[in-house]
Design a binder for this molecule. Structure first.
Ligand code: FNR
Length: 349
Protein backbone atom coordinates (compact mmCIF):
# COMPACT_ATOMS: atom_id res chain seq x y z
CA UNK A 1 0.00 0.00 0.00
CA UNK A 2 2.67 2.51 1.08
CA UNK A 3 5.06 1.43 -1.70
CA UNK A 4 2.26 1.83 -4.25
CA UNK A 5 1.47 5.33 -2.92
CA UNK A 6 5.13 6.34 -3.23
CA UNK A 7 5.23 5.15 -6.85
CA UNK A 8 1.92 6.98 -7.53
CA UNK A 9 3.37 10.24 -6.13
CA UNK A 10 6.36 10.03 -8.47
CA UNK A 11 4.19 9.25 -11.51
CA UNK A 12 1.62 11.98 -10.80
CA UNK A 13 4.24 14.62 -9.89
CA UNK A 14 6.18 13.98 -13.11
CA UNK A 15 2.96 14.19 -15.15
CA UNK A 16 2.11 17.49 -13.42
CA UNK A 17 5.52 19.05 -14.10
CA UNK A 18 5.66 17.74 -17.67
CA UNK A 19 2.25 19.32 -18.36
CA UNK A 20 3.31 22.66 -16.93
CA UNK A 21 6.58 22.62 -18.92
CA UNK A 22 4.65 21.83 -22.11
CA UNK A 23 2.27 24.69 -21.33
CA UNK A 24 5.15 27.11 -20.74
CA UNK A 25 6.83 26.16 -24.01
CA UNK A 26 3.52 26.36 -25.90
CA UNK A 27 2.62 29.79 -24.52
CA UNK A 28 6.19 31.03 -24.91
CA UNK A 29 6.27 32.62 -21.47
CA UNK A 30 6.31 31.81 -17.81
CA UNK A 31 3.62 32.98 -15.42
CA UNK A 32 3.92 32.40 -11.70
CA UNK A 33 4.22 34.31 -8.44
CA UNK A 34 8.00 34.53 -8.92
CA UNK A 35 7.35 36.67 -12.02
CA UNK A 36 5.95 39.35 -9.70
CA UNK A 37 9.49 39.75 -8.30
CA UNK A 38 11.75 41.75 -10.59
CA UNK A 39 15.29 42.96 -10.06
CA UNK A 40 15.61 46.66 -10.80
CA UNK A 41 18.29 46.78 -13.47
CA UNK A 42 21.33 48.90 -12.68
CA UNK A 43 23.64 48.91 -15.70
CA UNK A 44 26.77 49.66 -13.64
CA UNK A 45 26.08 47.20 -10.82
CA UNK A 46 28.00 44.31 -12.40
CA UNK A 47 30.99 42.73 -10.71
CA UNK A 48 33.63 40.19 -11.84
CA UNK A 49 32.52 36.59 -12.16
CA UNK A 50 35.58 35.30 -10.27
CA UNK A 51 34.68 37.45 -7.26
CA UNK A 52 31.31 35.70 -6.86
CA UNK A 53 31.08 32.92 -4.27
CA UNK A 54 27.99 30.73 -4.01
CA UNK A 55 28.83 29.57 -0.48
CA UNK A 56 26.05 29.94 2.05
CA UNK A 57 25.53 28.84 5.63
CA UNK A 58 22.60 27.02 7.12
CA UNK A 59 22.01 24.80 10.14
CA UNK A 60 25.53 25.34 11.42
CA UNK A 61 27.28 24.27 8.23
CA UNK A 62 28.70 25.93 5.13
CA UNK A 63 27.07 24.73 1.92
CA UNK A 64 29.18 25.05 -1.25
CA UNK A 65 26.12 26.12 -3.26
CA UNK A 66 22.80 27.60 -2.08
CA UNK A 67 20.78 24.80 -3.68
CA UNK A 68 19.29 21.50 -2.51
CA UNK A 69 17.26 18.60 -3.82
CA UNK A 70 14.21 18.65 -1.60
CA UNK A 71 12.38 15.74 0.03
CA UNK A 72 10.70 13.30 -2.29
CA UNK A 73 10.82 9.61 -1.95
CA UNK A 74 11.81 6.15 -0.72
CA UNK A 75 9.88 3.07 0.36
CA UNK A 76 9.64 1.03 -2.87
CA UNK A 77 12.30 -0.59 -5.09
CA UNK A 78 11.72 1.99 -7.85
CA UNK A 79 11.99 4.96 -5.48
CA UNK A 80 15.17 3.42 -4.02
CA UNK A 81 16.73 3.68 -7.48
CA UNK A 82 15.54 7.28 -7.73
CA UNK A 83 17.15 8.06 -4.36
CA UNK A 84 20.41 6.51 -5.53
CA UNK A 85 20.46 8.68 -8.66
CA UNK A 86 19.47 11.84 -6.76
CA UNK A 87 22.32 11.11 -4.32
CA UNK A 88 24.81 10.79 -7.19
CA UNK A 89 23.58 14.02 -8.80
CA UNK A 90 23.86 15.88 -5.47
CA UNK A 91 27.40 14.56 -4.92
CA UNK A 92 28.56 15.50 -8.43
CA UNK A 93 27.29 19.07 -8.06
CA UNK A 94 27.78 19.74 -4.31
CA UNK A 95 24.09 20.14 -3.51
CA UNK A 96 22.47 19.30 -0.18
CA UNK A 97 19.72 16.69 -0.37
CA UNK A 98 16.75 15.38 1.61
CA UNK A 99 15.16 11.94 1.40
CA UNK A 100 11.39 11.58 1.24
CA UNK A 101 9.36 10.86 4.34
CA UNK A 102 10.95 7.98 6.24
CA UNK A 103 7.67 6.62 7.61
CA UNK A 104 7.91 3.57 5.30
CA UNK A 105 11.26 2.69 6.98
CA UNK A 106 9.87 3.35 10.47
CA UNK A 107 6.94 0.99 9.74
CA UNK A 108 9.09 -1.64 7.99
CA UNK A 109 12.87 -1.57 8.47
CA UNK A 110 13.21 -3.96 5.52
CA UNK A 111 12.92 -0.97 3.16
CA UNK A 112 15.90 0.85 4.73
CA UNK A 113 17.87 0.18 1.56
CA UNK A 114 15.53 2.44 -0.43
CA UNK A 115 16.72 5.44 1.65
CA UNK A 116 20.37 4.65 2.46
CA UNK A 117 21.66 5.14 -1.13
CA UNK A 118 21.31 8.91 -0.62
CA UNK A 119 23.99 8.84 2.09
CA UNK A 120 26.05 6.09 0.43
CA UNK A 121 26.30 8.11 -2.78
CA UNK A 122 26.91 11.45 -1.04
CA UNK A 123 29.13 10.50 1.93
CA UNK A 124 30.38 14.04 2.63
CA UNK A 125 27.21 15.91 1.70
CA UNK A 126 24.60 17.71 3.76
CA UNK A 127 21.86 15.06 4.02
CA UNK A 128 18.46 15.67 5.61
CA UNK A 129 16.17 12.94 6.93
CA UNK A 130 12.43 13.63 6.61
CA UNK A 131 9.64 12.65 9.01
CA UNK A 132 6.08 13.68 9.85
CA UNK A 133 5.02 15.37 13.07
CA UNK A 134 3.49 12.15 14.47
CA UNK A 135 6.91 10.52 14.74
CA UNK A 136 8.13 9.64 18.24
CA UNK A 137 11.51 10.98 19.41
CA UNK A 138 12.89 7.43 19.35
CA UNK A 139 11.76 6.97 15.73
CA UNK A 140 13.19 10.37 14.81
CA UNK A 141 16.57 9.28 16.19
CA UNK A 142 16.36 6.04 14.17
CA UNK A 143 15.66 7.98 10.96
CA UNK A 144 18.63 10.29 11.62
CA UNK A 145 20.85 7.36 12.53
CA UNK A 146 20.05 5.40 9.37
CA UNK A 147 21.35 8.24 7.19
CA UNK A 148 23.86 9.77 9.56
CA UNK A 149 21.77 12.84 8.72
CA UNK A 150 23.06 16.39 9.20
CA UNK A 151 19.57 17.75 9.85
CA UNK A 152 16.03 16.52 10.34
CA UNK A 153 13.12 17.85 8.29
CA UNK A 154 9.63 17.62 9.80
CA UNK A 155 6.95 18.10 7.15
CA UNK A 156 3.60 19.81 7.74
CA UNK A 157 0.92 18.72 5.26
CA UNK A 158 -2.60 19.22 6.62
CA UNK A 159 -4.09 19.87 3.19
CA UNK A 160 -2.48 16.77 1.67
CA UNK A 161 -3.70 14.61 4.57
CA UNK A 162 -7.32 15.66 4.25
CA UNK A 163 -7.39 15.04 0.51
CA UNK A 164 -5.82 11.57 1.03
CA UNK A 165 -8.62 9.08 1.74
CA UNK A 166 -6.29 7.25 4.16
CA UNK A 167 -4.84 10.50 5.56
CA UNK A 168 -4.70 11.82 9.14
CA UNK A 169 -7.46 13.99 10.55
CA UNK A 170 -5.86 15.14 13.84
CA UNK A 171 -3.34 17.96 13.77
CA UNK A 172 -3.85 19.85 17.03
CA UNK A 173 -0.95 18.10 18.78
CA UNK A 174 1.63 19.00 16.12
CA UNK A 175 3.21 22.03 17.87
CA UNK A 176 3.85 20.04 21.06
CA UNK A 177 5.10 17.07 19.05
CA UNK A 178 7.53 19.27 17.07
CA UNK A 179 8.88 20.80 20.27
CA UNK A 180 9.37 17.35 21.80
CA UNK A 181 11.26 16.06 18.76
CA UNK A 182 13.37 19.23 18.46
CA UNK A 183 14.55 18.81 22.04
CA UNK A 184 15.15 15.06 21.73
CA UNK A 185 17.45 14.91 18.70
CA UNK A 186 21.02 16.10 18.37
CA UNK A 187 20.83 17.56 14.84
CA UNK A 188 19.14 20.82 13.74
CA UNK A 189 15.41 20.46 13.02
CA UNK A 190 13.96 22.18 9.96
CA UNK A 191 10.19 22.37 9.63
CA UNK A 192 8.82 22.45 6.10
CA UNK A 193 5.53 22.52 4.23
CA UNK A 194 5.00 20.27 1.20
CA UNK A 195 3.92 23.00 -1.24
CA UNK A 196 1.26 25.08 0.56
CA UNK A 197 3.64 27.57 2.20
CA UNK A 198 4.53 28.62 5.77
CA UNK A 199 3.07 31.97 6.86
CA UNK A 200 4.81 34.52 9.09
CA UNK A 201 2.54 33.52 11.96
CA UNK A 202 3.52 29.85 11.55
CA UNK A 203 7.22 30.72 11.49
CA UNK A 204 6.90 32.87 14.62
CA UNK A 205 5.24 29.90 16.33
CA UNK A 206 7.98 27.53 15.14
CA UNK A 207 10.69 29.89 16.43
CA UNK A 208 9.31 29.28 19.93
CA UNK A 209 9.42 25.48 19.57
CA UNK A 210 13.20 25.03 19.44
CA UNK A 211 13.59 24.40 15.71
CA UNK A 212 16.64 25.65 13.81
CA UNK A 213 15.07 26.73 10.53
CA UNK A 214 12.01 26.70 8.30
CA UNK A 215 11.54 25.80 4.63
CA UNK A 216 8.55 27.81 3.40
CA UNK A 217 7.86 25.26 0.58
CA UNK A 218 5.11 27.29 -1.06
CA UNK A 219 2.54 27.02 -3.84
CA UNK A 220 3.53 27.29 -7.46
CA UNK A 221 5.13 23.93 -8.23
CA UNK A 222 4.12 20.43 -7.16
CA UNK A 223 0.51 20.58 -5.97
CA UNK A 224 -0.27 17.81 -3.51
CA UNK A 225 -3.99 18.64 -3.46
CA UNK A 226 -3.99 17.80 -7.15
CA UNK A 227 -1.84 14.69 -6.72
CA UNK A 228 -3.95 13.23 -3.92
CA UNK A 229 -7.16 14.24 -5.65
CA UNK A 230 -5.92 12.32 -8.69
CA UNK A 231 -5.68 9.24 -6.46
CA UNK A 232 -9.35 9.56 -5.33
CA UNK A 233 -11.88 7.93 -7.62
CA UNK A 234 -14.38 10.73 -6.87
CA UNK A 235 -12.00 13.68 -7.31
CA UNK A 236 -14.05 15.49 -4.61
CA UNK A 237 -11.43 18.00 -3.58
CA UNK A 238 -10.62 19.55 -6.96
CA UNK A 239 -11.42 23.01 -5.54
CA UNK A 240 -8.40 22.78 -3.20
CA UNK A 241 -5.96 22.69 -6.11
CA UNK A 242 -3.96 25.92 -6.00
CA UNK A 243 -4.45 26.33 -2.22
CA UNK A 244 -1.78 28.05 -0.16
CA UNK A 245 0.78 30.81 -0.07
CA UNK A 246 3.08 31.17 -3.04
CA UNK A 247 6.76 30.81 -2.21
CA UNK A 248 7.58 34.53 -2.71
CA UNK A 249 4.53 35.53 -0.60
CA UNK A 250 5.56 33.09 2.14
CA UNK A 251 9.13 34.44 2.15
CA UNK A 252 7.92 38.03 2.40
CA UNK A 253 5.52 37.10 5.22
CA UNK A 254 7.97 34.89 7.12
CA UNK A 255 11.24 36.80 6.97
CA UNK A 256 12.39 38.57 10.11
CA UNK A 257 10.36 36.19 12.31
CA UNK A 258 13.30 34.72 14.20
CA UNK A 259 14.22 31.71 12.05
CA UNK A 260 16.64 31.28 9.13
CA UNK A 261 14.64 30.39 6.02
CA UNK A 262 14.98 27.97 3.14
CA UNK A 263 12.79 28.40 0.06
CA UNK A 264 11.23 25.79 -2.18
CA UNK A 265 8.04 25.31 -4.19
CA UNK A 266 7.63 26.37 -7.79
CA UNK A 267 11.29 27.25 -8.43
CA UNK A 268 11.58 26.88 -12.21
CA UNK A 269 14.99 28.22 -13.19
CA UNK A 270 18.08 30.02 -11.82
CA UNK A 271 16.37 33.44 -11.91
CA UNK A 272 13.77 32.11 -9.45
CA UNK A 273 16.68 30.90 -7.26
CA UNK A 274 18.17 34.42 -7.31
CA UNK A 275 14.75 35.92 -6.53
CA UNK A 276 14.22 33.62 -3.52
CA UNK A 277 17.72 34.42 -2.20
CA UNK A 278 16.99 38.13 -2.65
CA UNK A 279 13.81 37.66 -0.60
CA UNK A 280 15.90 36.34 2.28
CA UNK A 281 16.29 32.57 1.81
CA UNK A 282 19.67 31.07 2.77
CA UNK A 283 19.29 28.36 0.12
CA UNK A 284 16.73 27.29 -2.45
CA UNK A 285 15.37 23.83 -3.20
CA UNK A 286 13.36 22.08 -5.86
CA UNK A 287 11.79 18.65 -6.12
CA UNK A 288 9.41 18.15 -9.04
CA UNK A 289 11.61 19.85 -11.67
CA UNK A 290 14.65 17.70 -10.80
CA UNK A 291 12.59 14.51 -10.54
CA UNK A 292 11.04 15.16 -13.95
CA UNK A 293 14.46 15.57 -15.57
CA UNK A 294 15.72 12.38 -13.92
CA UNK A 295 12.70 10.26 -14.81
CA UNK A 296 12.31 11.56 -18.37
CA UNK A 297 15.92 12.17 -19.43
CA UNK A 298 18.18 10.24 -17.01
CA UNK A 299 20.95 10.88 -14.51
CA UNK A 300 23.42 12.55 -16.91
CA UNK A 301 20.73 15.08 -17.89
CA UNK A 302 20.00 15.87 -14.23
CA UNK A 303 23.71 16.45 -13.49
CA UNK A 304 23.88 18.69 -16.56
CA UNK A 305 20.81 20.63 -15.39
CA UNK A 306 22.20 21.17 -11.87
CA UNK A 307 25.61 22.21 -13.23
CA UNK A 308 23.94 24.64 -15.59
CA UNK A 309 21.81 26.14 -12.78
CA UNK A 310 25.00 26.74 -10.75
CA UNK A 311 26.73 28.42 -13.72
CA UNK A 312 23.68 30.55 -14.52
CA UNK A 313 23.19 31.60 -10.89
CA UNK A 314 26.83 32.74 -10.82
CA UNK A 315 26.25 34.72 -14.03
CA UNK A 316 23.09 36.38 -12.64
CA UNK A 317 24.90 37.34 -9.43
CA UNK A 318 27.69 38.84 -11.56
CA UNK A 319 25.18 41.06 -13.37
CA UNK A 320 23.51 42.02 -10.08
CA UNK A 321 26.82 42.75 -8.33
CA UNK A 322 26.17 40.24 -5.52
CA UNK A 323 29.37 38.61 -4.26
CA UNK A 324 27.47 36.06 -2.16
CA UNK A 325 23.92 34.68 -1.85
CA UNK A 326 23.42 36.92 1.18
CA UNK A 327 24.56 39.86 -0.98
CA UNK A 328 21.48 39.38 -3.16
CA UNK A 329 19.35 40.55 -0.22
CA UNK A 330 20.81 44.02 -0.77
CA UNK A 331 19.62 44.32 -4.39
CA UNK A 332 16.71 46.55 -5.45
CA UNK A 333 13.51 44.60 -6.04
CA UNK A 334 10.36 45.73 -7.78
CA UNK A 335 7.26 43.80 -6.61
CA UNK A 336 4.27 43.82 -8.97
CA UNK A 337 0.84 42.26 -9.51
CA UNK A 338 -0.86 39.94 -7.02
CA UNK A 339 2.28 39.79 -4.87
CA UNK A 340 2.24 43.58 -4.47
CA UNK A 341 -1.42 43.40 -3.45
CA UNK A 342 -0.52 40.72 -0.90
CA UNK A 343 2.21 42.97 0.56
CA UNK A 344 -0.15 45.95 0.80
CA UNK A 345 -2.85 43.90 2.58
CA UNK A 346 -0.36 42.31 4.97
CA UNK A 347 1.38 45.62 5.69
CA UNK A 348 4.72 44.32 4.35
CA UNK A 349 6.92 47.29 3.33
C1 FNR B 1 7.39 15.60 -2.41
N1 FNR B 1 7.47 16.41 -1.28
C2 FNR B 1 7.65 15.83 -0.04
N2 FNR B 1 7.92 16.60 1.05
C3 FNR B 1 8.18 16.05 2.25
O1 FNR B 1 8.47 16.79 3.20
N3 FNR B 1 8.14 14.70 2.40
C4 FNR B 1 7.86 13.86 1.36
O2 FNR B 1 7.86 12.64 1.52
C5 FNR B 1 7.59 14.43 0.09
N4 FNR B 1 7.29 13.64 -0.99
C6 FNR B 1 7.27 14.20 -2.25
C7 FNR B 1 7.18 13.37 -3.37
C8 FNR B 1 7.25 13.91 -4.63
C9 FNR B 1 7.18 13.00 -5.82
C10 FNR B 1 7.39 15.32 -4.81
C11 FNR B 1 7.49 15.93 -6.18
C12 FNR B 1 7.45 16.14 -3.71
C13 FNR B 1 7.35 17.89 -1.37
C14 FNR B 1 8.65 18.58 -1.74
O3 FNR B 1 9.66 18.35 -0.78
C15 FNR B 1 8.45 20.10 -1.92
O4 FNR B 1 8.14 20.70 -0.67
C16 FNR B 1 7.35 20.43 -2.91
O5 FNR B 1 7.29 19.48 -3.89
C17 FNR B 1 7.52 21.78 -3.57
O6 FNR B 1 8.65 21.78 -4.41
P1 FNR B 1 8.60 21.68 -6.02
O7 FNR B 1 8.26 20.27 -6.35
O8 FNR B 1 7.55 22.65 -6.47
O9 FNR B 1 9.98 22.03 -6.44
Amino acid sequence: MTAQRKDDHVRLAVAQHQASRDHQYASGRYAGAFDDVQFLHHALAGTDCDRVSLRTSFAGRTWPVPLYINAMTGGSPKTGEINRDLGIAARETGLAIATGSMSPFLKDPACADTFTPVREQHPDGFVMANINANTTPEQARRAIGLLDANALQIHLNTVQEIVMPEGDRSFGHWPTAIETIAHAVDVPVIVKEVGFGLSGRTVTRLAGLGVAGADVAGRGGTDFARIENGRRPSGDYAYLEGWGLSTPAALLDARGRGLPLLASGGVRHPLDVARALALGAHAVGASGPFLTTLVNDGLAALIEQLTSWIDQLTALMTVLGAHSPAGLAGTDLHITGALREFCVQRGIP
